[in-house]
Design a protein around this ligand. Sequence first.
Ligand SMILES: C[S@@+](CC[C@H](N)C(=O)[O-])C[C@H]1O[C@@H](n2cnc3c(N)ncnc32)[C@H](O)[C@@H]1O
Ligand code: SF4
Length: 363
Amino acid sequence: MVEHLYIHIPFCPNICPYCAFYKESAPRERVETFLDALLKETERWSSRLRPKTIFFGGGTPSALSLPQFEKLLGGLHQRLDLSAVEEWTIEMNPATVALDKALLLRDSGINRVSMGVQSWDDAVLKTLGRTHDADKAEESFHLLREAGFENLSIDLIFGVPGQSLESWQKSLERSLRLAPEHLSAYGLTYEEDTEFFQQLGRGEMAPDEGLEADQFELTTAILESNGYDQYEVSNFSLPGREAQHNQAYWQGRDYLGLGPSAFSTVGELRWRNIRDTGIYNETTLGGKTAIDFEEDVSEELKLKERAAFGMRTLQGLSLSEGIPWNEHLIGLEHQGLVKQTSDRWLLTPRGRLLADSVSEIFV
Ligand SMILES: C[S@@+](CC[C@H](N)C(=O)[O-])C[C@H]1O[C@@H](n2cnc3c(N)ncnc32)[C@H](O)[C@@H]1O
Ligand code: SF4
């Protein structure tokens, strides 16, 4: 039985210039057809799925209307055994949060929200092309609490052009005042096929790596001193509030991804659904699988991936699993990026800053 389910909902009312996730702005009829296709894809898997974690990601899942959510959630409850679900997360954009919607989600079993606040500085939000301001984000956070959500996460982005260290510090502090159970702090990446990538190419944006490093160090210092564990390089939580779904990925567990662009890894096989909602809808409703990429996942590849992800976490990499990379790890130790304890390899604070380069040794 597969225990971890990801559902990709590829619609966004507004497209952000930095974002490379698969998404589109779509007319209502297309959303309706998508929901039919998604439920059909779910049906195909229903006998092999008993999820402990579910994650609605996107795109902006919260952009669905109330009737669309009723159809989706009712459809999932009909088709799946949801009795084992422990954590059910939905990504929400603050601009799309309303109390009636939040109540419906909560009543349907969703118990965790990851909200894309990004920044509490309106000037930074404008640079990021967001349609909400800081006050709307705060109001949305309170609405979610009012609806009964006891497990809330806030996404923030640092390294944004024009975002000073002080602005970032204020964003961290305003987040802390709301006491979320979880916080994700991502350094801005310039992803191909985004407007920001093009602007960078034209020299209209100039990343400041030194400032970004200072922002990252400040993040760790402020959040850790307020009781949050940095359980993964970009993820912080109060004890016991780590995202179970993400941890399942990092530990190399099987997971199923439904919807366009979603990846799945089940047993020895990994595949990705097609990154095109129109084709996904047509193919799935026609009774076929909408897969555009498939590969065998060997035990060796699984070990490499577990090592690369594990190294980014608080647990690090056990010495026995690290054996194939011992020489590299000792080299990194001399550079002050990793350290050895009695039973594992861990990132040092400097290593956390350069975690992507450290992970490269494993793959
Ligand atoms: C699928 S989006 C989140 C949900 C929702 N659509 C929203 O924007 O509020 C997941 C998260 O990835 C992060 N993200 C997206 N693109 C990024 C980029 N280029 N660099 C850093 N973080 C990024 C953002 O923090 C975002 O909240
Ligand atoms: S950041 Fe969120 S709202 Fe913006 S385009 Fe990406 S998925 Fe959509």
